[in-house]
Design a protein around this ligand. Sequence first.
Ligand SMILES: NC(=O)C1=CN([C@@H]2O[C@H](COP(=O)(O)OP(=O)(O)OC[C@H]3O[C@@H](n4cnc5c(N)ncnc54)[C@H](O)[C@@H]3O)[C@@H](O)[C@H]2O)C=CC1
Ligand SMILES: O=C([O-])CC(=O)C(=O)O
Length: 274
Amino acid sequence: MTEQRASNELRVAIAGLGSIGTKIATALDQGIEGLALSAVAVRDPAKHQAFLSGLRRPPQVVPIDQLGDAADIVVECAPSRHLRSIVEPAVKRGKTAVVVSVGALLDNSDLIDLARANGGRIIVPTGALIGLDAVNAAAVGTIHSVKMVTRKPIDGLKGAPFIVENGIDIDNLREPLKLFEGTAREAAKGFPANLNVAVALSLAGVGPDRTLVQIWADPTVTRNVHRIEVESDSARFSMSIENIPSENPKTGIITALSVIALLRKQRATLCVGT
Ligand SMILES: NC(=O)C1=CN([C@@H]2O[C@H](COP(=O)(O)OP(=O)(O)OC[C@H]3O[C@@H](n4cnc5c(N)ncnc54)[C@H](O)[C@@H]3O)[C@@H](O)[C@H]2O)C=CC1
Ligand SMILES: O=C([O-])CC(=O)C(=O)O
């Protein structure tokens, strides 16, 4: 039997129950202060039935474009091609959309205007990255440059359009290969499921056309490694993170944890970090 929801709880809906969405749903069901999981949208409901009925408070299953009706906060964690159908209805209703497929925001930036016009919000979590608090703070002053170098194991890059379109064979690599060097905007096009982090970094700092990115296919690493260097008028900082891949090798485990940490802040009495 489903338990009753307290009337002042923020309702959270999740689009996509994959490697990220399932962990967020589980965390919400186990309890995040002041929040309740109200709805999910999935591609194949039968596949998720056992998981959903095992939750203490099973959410409604609704079509992807109805999540905004069923929640105050809609968490987008589906393939990036669905970004608009998830975020648009939510922000039109003045709701908050938490976006992890952040690369797709660049081609759908009118959603930000739509949110503004309707009292909605779009929140990009730090996700698989590190230090966006420091980049945000530096951006209040003047940032001179932001550079990021990403190294991923072969499985973390397979199928990326840039690799396929350029006929690059990464399966038989024995040493690291620099695949790409360019802007975050270009990286998001060539690697839409692998380089959301570059776009998040760019939106926190100097934008997608001034954030410079290198991408390496590296058979010597087992983690998704991102190294960032920022030069600004307030600080110079370097940061790196080595993400353990989740069951989806393109996605670090920490991504879901970052969203859970963000959700915990929505109603927490003590919030630490920007
Ligand atoms: N911002 C960041 O730091 C990061 C962002 N990402 C991005 O997050 C997104 C989700 O990543 P994962 O959970 O690892 O992917 P995943 O492939 O494990 O899960 C996606 C889920 O969406 C479901 N789905 C597909 N079509 C759907 C539809 N029409 N309606 C509802 N659900 C649908 C799939 O069945 C799957 O269960 C991806 O776009 C990925 O690139 C991933 C890692 C880091
Ligand atoms: O950027 C992404 O989408 C994912 C990523 O690099 C990671 O998990 O480390």
